[in-house]
Design a protein around this ligand. Structure first.
Ligand code: F6R
Length: 612
């Protein structure tokens, strides 16, 4: 979604801002802009389309001040209110042009504020909710920017991460957050504000994270933080652990391809030091349950969105099968609004790669409010969900830049398997069984490597289906969520209409859609229910649909009656989702590549969905 960057220092602000925006491109956007302040004058450059167009516009500008300014703000906008054109792009100025602001989030009462401003003769020029806030800040200004910002923010309902500057006080940037992340990077003689660590890590690792209702004033003397009522607050300086190279795609054609190939290492990092082979359990320091606490948990409620929700579905099977714990997975938005029944013996597990997804965060708050034990599984260290849950497990998968989530999914599943073993060992699972599962978890990187070695074979299958417009993925048990995830990957990056179904469900309606140009990806791995899924795949074949059979090594004979085959390692049902999903990620990737799709930034999608 939208990205924010602000710079205050001694270097060329425009260059750092545009580079910061480029590093946040992966989040999804449709227009961008920067504003620099030099010699008491604000210069704004913005454009619809790619960052390259913004860079060209800045480079082509004859305004020397743009090249020498050392203070500025920038933004990538993902349109919510109004079309993605230049007027609606950020930064937004007030009517005088003396205040300028970038905003992430949504101002829910913007119409009411807009009408109020109109009564004072202030007219907005854009269709955005954000401009209204810029105008309101200017309206509230007397002689101090932070006071004007806090007064304006107290009138606002909704979510915001903002950075504001004014030519009245050129030596100052003011930033604030509520529901939309803001990180302040503290460099040598410079401060970088951003909504995403990616824009900060090339400059510094030392960062402070704003919490909701925090404000910060950045001047040459440093950073001062306080709340909306002007009481000082202190936020720890923490070290960001991602290196800048991890956020570059190197020799890979796409971030998605790089991240798929990073999965063996990502999983190694996710499981490192966390398996106790002696006791047959997992050591998860962020989940401080004693066996006694574990025994008190009577249900696991897993919440997430998209790929994270699909990973949660695998977790649901694992918690029930291994730990004998009733488990339910729920779309986070549904969970937050349907008034779920939650007891203090419930463990709510919120899964989110970014740790910023608005609905998942709201589900966390709902769970806490109703007294459940709430834990997070996040990738981004210091993200809002990680901080608000207070307990949980980081993936340590490194930055995931490709919009289509890949390594986060496999690491999320690996982490949930470890959580399930830990809870199970505090309940009924034997040490021997725990040891066996730990040994399989330890082998996950090697199993994924085996799948990645088949990249060329999977590519050859993919290229046959590049012209497809509709596809189905079917599976059972632990592979039902994998069918959902395989279909999600395919649809989001190739724009092929793809559905994931339980293999048994197909004949309750969707089978009517099958014809010779509707391929079925059938997950026929060697797990309980395999024979039944083979029967379902045969039913599809009998209706002329081509079948791509995913089979376990040693079971290749099954594929003889089908059209194409992808072989994955033979492993226990709870382990199978990880290598099988990697095969489906490669399939989706190569189909999308053959169709010439923009894989890392699919249309309409954003990496981190911070609005409902
Ligand atoms: C799909 C994808 C999305 C995310 C979803 C949740 O490839 O990436 O479906 O999984 O938006 O995002 P997080 O995990 O950041 O909460």
């Amino acid at each position: 979604m939208c990205g924010i960057v602000g710079y205050f220092g001694k270097r060329n602000a425009a260059e750092i801002l545009v580079d910061g925006l480029r590093r946040m491109e992966y989040r999804g956007y449709d227009s961008s802009g920067i504003a620099c302040l030099k010699d008491g004058v604000i210069r704004v450059v913005k454009t619809p389309g790619k960052i390259k167009l913004l860079r060209d516009k800045v480079d082509a500008s004859s305004d020397e001040a743009l090249r020498t300014a050392t203070v500025g703000i920038g933004h990538t906008r993902w349109a919510t209110h109004g079309a993605p054109n230049e007027i609606n792009a950020h930064p937004h100025t007030d009517s005088s042009g003396r205040f300028v602001m970038v905003h992430n989030g949504i101002i829910e009462n913007y119409r009411e504020i807009k009408n109020g401003l109109a009564q004072h003769g202030i007219a907005c020029v854009s269709e955005t909710d954000s401009e209204v806030l810029a105008q309101l800040i200017a309206y509230c200004y007397k002689d101090n920017l932070e006071k004007a910002v806090s007064e304006a923010l107290q009138k606002v309902k909704g979510t915001y991460g903002i950075v504001v500057m004014t030519d009245h006080e050129p030596g100052k940037l003011v930033t604030a957050r509520c529901g939309s992340p803001i990180v302040i990077g503290l460099g040598k003689d410079e401060t970088i504000i951003a909504s995403d660590a990616a824009a900060i890590i090339p400059h510094t690792r030392d960062a402070m994270y704003l919490e909701d209702y925090d404000m910060a004033v950045v001047t040459a003397d440093g950073v001062r933080m306080f709340d909306l009522q002007h009481s000082p607050v202190n936020r720890e300086v923490t070290a960001m652990d991602w290196d800048a190279d991890a956020a570059e795609k190197g020799d890979f054609a796409h971030f998605m391809l790089k991240e798929m190939f990073e999965q063996p290492d990502a999983i190694r990092n996710a499981i490192r030091g966390r398996l106790d082979f002696e006791m047959g359990t997992a050591i998860l320091s962020g989940l401080d349950f004693s066996p006694r606490d574990a025994a008190q948990i009577s249900r696991v409620l897993i919440v997430g969105c998209g790929t994270s929700m699909n990973a949660g579905m695998v977790g649901e099977y694992a918690f029930e099968e291994m730990a004998d714990l009733p488990a339910e997975v729920e779309q986070a938005a549904e969970f937050r609004y349907r008034n779920p029944i939650i007891t203090p013996h419930d463990l709510v597990v919120a899964i989110s790669q970014s740790g910023e997804t608005a609905d998942t965060l709201a589900a966390v708050r709902e769970g806490k409010h109703k007294g459940a034990v709430v834990a997070g599984i996040c990738n981004v260290v210091g993200s809002t969900i990680a901080r608000e849950t207070g307990r949980g497990v980081y993936l340590h998968a490194g930055p995931e830049i490709g919009v289509a989530s890949t390594k986060a999914f496999t690491c999320q599943v690996a982490v949930m398997l470890m959580m399930a073993v830990k809870l199970a060992r505090g309940r009924r699972m034997t040490r021997h069984h725990g040891q066996e599962i730990c040994r399989w978890i330890e082998r996950l990187p090697e199993l994924v490597e085996q799948v990645l070695e088949q990249n060329d074979a999977i590519k050859a299958v993919a290229e046959k289906y590049a012209g497809t417009e509709n596809a189905f993925f079917i599976g059972r048990g632990y592979l039902f969520p994998v069918a959902m995830e395989g279909a999600l990957k395919l649809k989001e990056i190739s724009y092929i209409h793809a559905e994931g179904y339980h293999a048994a469900e197909l004949k309750h309606g969707p089978i009517a859609l099958l014809q010779e140009n509707t391929p079925i990806v059938a997950l026929l791995n060697n797990i309980p229910g395999k024979e039944k899924t083979i029967g379902n795949a045969e039913e599809c074949k009998a209706r002329s649909a081509p079948v791509i059979a995913v089979v376990s090594e040693g079971d290749e004979g099954i594929a003889a009656e089908f059209d194409d085959m992808i072989v994955v390692p033979d492993c226990p049902p709870c382990i199978a989702p990880i290598p099988t999903t990697v095969a489906l990620q490669l399939l989706a990737y190569h189909i999308a590549a053959a169709r010439g799709c923009e894989i890392d930034q699919p249309r309409n999608l954003a990496k981190s969905v911070t609005v409902e």
